[in-house]
Design a protein around this ligand. Structure first.
Ligand code: T3D
Length: 271
């Protein structure tokens, strides 16, 4: 499907385009397996601000160029040689990784991650911060932090135990072994693993579905599921009530019910 006004923005370290309700953000430093430096972080932040500000966007895709998805922080970007001045990694997290993860989680639309190759370090946890993760069979997930004396960041210590339980989270984080995409899907770390050749078509199909969906309703589902980890059952029931009340007053709910009654496909506007 082609939109009347497809929009492509020019960046040095990412590709970003909006078309037909779909925003596509591709990490684009393939010679470094799309690892993050400050410049790439800044471009991703700006692209996410565009997504947030553009009411026509109904779904966001995050993926990587080349053979990798993302290898986390660019380890060649700073001097950490023995004897060098210590670097403040906390400042890097505060400035870059924390806003990135929180920004993706807070976006009021579904975020799809198509993991096209290896996802290591913060790259693995960036994928887990997305709402639906598809991965090519040849892709893998590596909690590489322990190999360089660090702790999983970008939400790794939050997502892993919640997604796969403590035993598997400990194994992944303490050993830093490669987890294949197939195993990741079997463990419930990701939504789906598909054959490499099928990843583009499977991703496009998912994006097309989500771009036609009742976006405001999906945003509420995302919000409720994310809130459930920290809520009691009564608090969660209250949240569901409040969200349902707001959605029940919306156009998409009326359209969904009308379409059901009239036995026709719904035409959701995302409101
Ligand atoms: O700001 C902060 O530092 C705090 C935040 C930290 C967040 C983090 O993400 S810390 C963890 C950083 N990431 C890693 O430790 C992963 C490092 N990479 C790897 O272990 C391996 O590259 C992979 C397992 C991901 C893939 O292995 P392989 O054999 O498929 O590829 P390769 O040959 O290692 O990498 C290909 C090229 O990409 C290579 O460059 P070359 O030799 O062709 O010129 C390699 O150096 C480069 N590359 C891969 N990962 C990184 C990288 N360059 C810079 N930084 C990287 N993270």
């Amino acid at each position: 499907m082609t939109h009347a006004n497809p929009m492509t923005m020019s960046y040095a370290n990412i590709l970003f385009a909006v078309d037909a309700g779909i925003a596509r953000l591709t990490l684009n430093r393939p010679d470094r397996l799309n690892s993050f430096n400050d410049a790439m972080h800044a471009e991703v932040r700006e692209a996410l601000e565009r997504v947030q500000a553009d009411a026509s966007v109904r779904v966001l895709l995050l993926t990587g160029a080349g053979r990798g998805f993302c290898a986390g922080q660019d380890l060649s970007d700073r001097n950490v040689a023995p004897g060098a001045e210590p670097v403040d990694l906390g400042a890097s997290i505060e400035r870059n990784y924390k806003p990135l993860v929180l920004g993706l989680r807070a976006l009021p639309l579904p975020v799809v991650c198509a993991v096209n190759g290896v996802a290591a370090g913060a790259g693995a946890n960036l994928a887990l911060a997305c709402d639906l993760v598809l991965a090519a069979k040849s892709a893998s997930f590596i909690q590489a932090f322990c190999r360089i004396g660090l702790v999983p960041d970008s939400g790794g210590t939050y997502f892993l135990p919640r997604l796969v339980g403590n035993a598997r989270a400990m194994g992944l984080a303490l050993l830093g072994d490669k987890l294949t995409a197939e195993q990741a899907a079997q463990w419930g770390l990701i939504w789906q693993c598909v054959d490499d050749a099928e990843l583009p078509a499977a991703t496009d199909k998912l994006l097309a579905t989500l771009a036609q969906a009742p976006t405001r309703g999906l945003a509420a589902i995302k919000r409720a599921l994310h809130a459930s980890a920290g809520n009691s059952l009564p608090a969660q029931l209250d949240l569901e009530r409040d969200l349902q009340r707001a959605l029940g007053a919306g156009d998409d709910y009326r359209e969904g019910v009308a379409a059901f009654v009239e036995k026709r496909p719904p035409r959701f506007k995302g409101r």
